[in-house]
Design a protein around this ligand. Structure first.
Ligand code: PNS
Length: 156
């Protein structure tokens, strides 16, 4: 049975991310949702807070999920450790694809692992973690864009 790794900063985990995780779980017997430290980003939530929120959100969904964080090293090493068959990435626009394609190619070059791109549902097409944080900071309603527990965390 196939194992997938769905990595990202998830700062915070949005309804778009949730949709991709749920759809990946229909294709893979296990989906590792992995909070990866991205040194080019200053996170709003600590990795353990993100893991906690994602775990709570996914506990209500169908699918076999493992939620983890990965602080340093190559993502492909995490994939090897868990015997992953594929990486999963959500793609909203061609901008996402331009960003994701070289990562998919280098990950395959390094380890042979394939990346499966899942097209975002257009309903979440404009939702990004960055926009959600900005709207929340300026007092806007973000309840349509993120799970409830994330909205509560952002309001604090
Ligand atoms: O949500 P993000 O920040 O766009 O996710 C990018 C992420 C964390 C998946 C990417 O930066 C990554 O894979 N980092 C791990 C380090 C690594 O393996 N780098 C080399 C191949 S991309």
């Amino acid at each position: 049975m196939a194992i997938a790794v769905y990595p990202g900063s998830f700062d915070p985990f949005t309804l778009g991310h949730l949709d991709i995780a749920i759809r990946a779980a229909k294709m893979f017997s296990t989906v590792h949702v992995v909070v990866v430290h991205n040194p080019s980003k200053k996170p709003r939530f600590s990795a353990s807070q993100r893991v906690q929120m994602i775990t709570e959100v996914l506990s209500k969904e169908k699918g076999n999920f493992v939620v983890n964080s990965f602080e340093s090293g190559l993502l492909v090493d995490y994939c090897k450790t868990v015997n992953a068959d594929a990486l999963v990435k959500g793609v909203r626009t061609n901008v996402d694809l331009d960003y994701e394609l070289p990562m998919a190619q280098v990950n395959r070059d390094l380890s042979g692992i394939e990346t499966v791109f899942i097209p975002a549902d257009p309903i979440h097409g404009f939702v990004s973690s960055t926009l959600v944080k900005q709207v929340a900071d300026l007092g806007g309603d973000i309840s349509k864009y993120v799970p409830q527990i994330v909205a509560e965390g952002l309001r604090k």
